[in-house]
Write a protein that binds this ligand. Structure first.
Ligand code: ADP
Ligand code: GLC
Length: 508
């Protein structure tokens, strides 16, 4: 650890941090983890810390990184084919990164987790064990690399075994683990555990066994010095049976070792004033210019161009978590309501994709759906819609509602997780004190969503001044990574103190 000398202030520690993730924008991204994995380390660097990223060398990642170099070829007993560590920089910013280049595991078409038809790769346990083993090696220091982290920061189940693998090594770095979504745990059968050749001691209730299966995520939760999730509210929710996905008891046991830190959003990528994906840039002082984006959005989605029509937007994975079925349920009521269009983009469960496509073809002048993944379109939906729907049944943090706030697009969201932590309902009190920035509903039901939407449409129609106030309050909120990155620094500090305490106790 080094120290930054700051005039008039106590010296601030400067940490070396290795952030491990299975995806990172713009190299490879399937959801919010990809956004966080590149913007958090960058924000940490901005605060004077030496944060670096490690991820698998998917073909797209290798193609995009800058200044690629070979760090070392590793000897990994049992691994198929060569395993190399490469270094380089992200394409769009000076963030150092390491790629685990093991072609037998990561060089394939499809996304990090599934093949092109959406089926999980059958060897995911092998793939992410290999990734975790290399993370562990790098965390302990590679002979050819003059850099070792003070803190290893793992994210989600794909990296969960890394803290477990180094747990007993005396010189190990401090470990922290972030849960981005407790619903994805990396669960596999006992046969897989045996096949992977993991230390037998890990197969226990205080290890990675979970109801007779092996759990990657438990590795991260049980063996890290500190654990967090991505919003304070979700940190409370997952301690309950309703949201805990079977791990609520374990998370309750962690007590003060477990907390919630809200994500930020990347202010360079998501800025309506400079966004290159928009035909018309705008800011809080020029919100009227936003309408130009609505017209472009309508054109792109083959809807009638009309500035007066109220456009509702949705971008996200089409899965049960996101409450997309609730949107489908309220469609008849929405269609009865005159001047509203619905624009949706996402991919996921085939049944939901088909239901949405059917609705779009039955009401092609009102509903338009793009099944697929497209960054530029996502930006235009954020800018061109009047309101943004997120009826998620649970939402650890959620980034889209924050993008919406920044883009002056009013979020209509279920009061859960990070949605509840970022959206302030336009009730009388919040309207009076000027803090209202969206609309919340309490239960994940179609009726509750419809109730919130009716309030939204009524406010837009009948109280244009207040509507404008709601938009501005969202656009002026500070959603940047600055504050969140500072919280992570405090969190690392606590983890280091607890690890040092532990080492001292063991050494005593
Ligand atoms: P989650 O991580 O659960 O999917 P988040 O709201 O945290 O949800 O993040 C989702 C991220 O993925 C956002 O950046 C969103 O814009 C992006 N995204 C999701 N689906 C699509 C899509 N079909 N096209 C473009 N971007 C998408
Ligand atoms: C997960 C969550 C989402 C969160 C994202 C980034 O995918 O579902 O709520 O915003 O991770 O932390």
């Amino acid at each position: 650890m080094q120290y930054n000398d700051q005039a008039n202030d106590a010296p601030l520690p400067s940490y070396r941090i290795l952030v491990a993730s299975s995806e990172a924008h713009p190299l490879v991204k399937t959801g919010g983890l990809g956004d966080v994995a590149s913007s958090l380390p960058y924000a940490l660097r901005d605060l004077g810390h030496d944060a670096r990223l490690i991820l698998p060398a998917y073909p797209g990642a290798k193609k995009l990184i800058r200044e690629m170099r070979l760090v070392t070829e590793l000897r990994m007993p049992g691994a198929i084919g060569p395993v190399q560590v490469l270094s380089g920089l992200l394409p769009d910013r000076d963030l150092p990164l390491y790629l685990v280049d093991a072609p037998a595991y990561f060089c394939r078409e499809g996304n990090p987790y599934t093949d092109v038809s959406g089926r999980d790769w059958g060897d995911n346990p092998e793939r992410f064990l290999l990734f975790s083993r290399v993370i562990a090696l790098l965390a302990m220091g590679l002979p050819t690399l003059d850099w070792r982290p003070d803190v290893l920061h793992c994210n989600d189940w794909q990296t969960g075994l890394a803290p477990a693998l180094i747990r007993d090594l005396p010189e190990r770095p401090t470990t922290v683990f972030t849960i981005h979504n407790l619903a994805y745990q990396g669960l596999f059968d006992r046969g897989t555990f045996d096949r992977l050749g993991l230390p037998g001691a890990l197969w226990s209730l205080s290890g990675i066994e979970f109801h007779h299966r092996m759990s990657f995520i438990k590795g991260g939760i049980v063996f890290s010095d500190r654990v967090n999730t991505v919003s304070p509210r979700y940190a409370g929710e997952v301690r309950t049976q309703r949201f805990g996905c079977g791990l609520d008891g374990l998370l309750r046991q962690l007590g003060g070792r477990f907390s919630g830190i809200l994500n930020g959003i990347d202010y360079d990528t998501w800025n309506p004033a400079t966004d290159l994906a928009l035909p018309q840039n705008y800011d809080a002082e020029h919100v009227h210019l936003k309408a130009e984006n609505k017209l472009e959005l309508q054109t792109l989605f083959h809807l009638p161009r009309d500035e007066q029509v109220f456009v509702l937007g949705y971008v996200g994975r089409l899965v049960e978590q996101k409450g997309v079925d609730l949107i489908i349920d309220i469609l008849p009521r929405l269609l009865e309501t005159g001047r509203v269009q619905l624009v949706m983009q996402g991919s996921g469960e085939r049944g939901l994709e088909q239901a949405l496509e059917a609705a779009a073809s039955a009401h092609s002048d009102r509903v338009s759906v793009y099944v697929g993944y497209d960054e530029a379109r996502a930006h235009l939906i954020e800018a061109g819609s009047d309101a943004f729907l997120m009826p998620s049944r649970f939402e650890p943090c959620g980034l889209n509602q924050m993008y919406s706030l920044r883009y002056g697009t009013v979020p209509v969201v279920h009061k859960t997780g990070g949605l509840a932590d970022t959206v302030i309902d336009a009730d009388d009190g919040a309207l009076a004190d000027g803090t209202a920035n969206g609309f919340l509903f309490d239960d994940p039901t179609a009726d509750a969503l419809w109730w919130a939407l009716e309030r939204t449409l009524r406010m837009h129609r009948e109280r244009p001044d207040q509507w404008r106030q709601i938009i501005l309050s969202g656009m002026r909120a500070d959603l940047s990574w600055q504050a969140s990155a500072r919280r992570y620094i405090g969190f690392y500090g606590e983890a280091i103190a607890s690890h040092e305490g532990l080492s001292a106790a063991v050494g005593a």
